[in-house]
Design a binder for this molecule. Structure first.
Ligand SMILES: [Zn+2]
Length: 129
């Protein structure tokens, strides 16, 4: 059974409890790395300038405390294989549906992989109601 690395766990701990719950369940069936949870002002503006985020601080869901977004990638990471990212997202969504049905989480999620204009394959965030 895959497990989260220490680095992945530490990043995950900066996220909303519902994100943590889904990731801790997903890792039992699918190996992935947590790339980022909470992002402070300096890192957010750097991400914006490098083009990996489309907003400046404090407008990203990553800037909230706890973070309302997480970036995850299938392990081992292959940025050329987007089908694996999509599979990971479908699995995440399926696990989230199970946890909602059990009453363990309330959140619904949106996926950067499915954004129409700015595709952000590792990005998952809590949908605002
Ligand atoms: Zn992100």
């Amino acid at each position: 059974m895959p497990t989260l690395s220490k680095t992945s766990s530490a990043r995950l701990e900066t996220c909303h409890p519902d994100i943590i719950a889904v990731c801790r369940e997903l890792i039992k069936q699918y190996d992935f790395s947590v790339l980022e949870g909470h992002r402070g002002e300096k890192d957010q503006n750097k991400a914006y300038e490098e083009g990996s985020s489309h907003v400046r601080y404090p407008y990203s869901a990553h800037n909230k405390k706890p973070s309302l977004a997480v970036d995850i990638a299938p392990y081992p990471i292959d940025w050329g294989n987007l089908a694996r990212f999509r599979e990971m997202v479908f699995r995440f969504d399926a696990v989230a549906a199970v946890l909602r049905a059990r009453g363990e989480i309330q959140s619904h999620f949106e996926y950067g992989a499915f954004w129409p204009n700015f595709k952000d394959y590792p990005h998952i965030e809590i949908k605002e109601k």
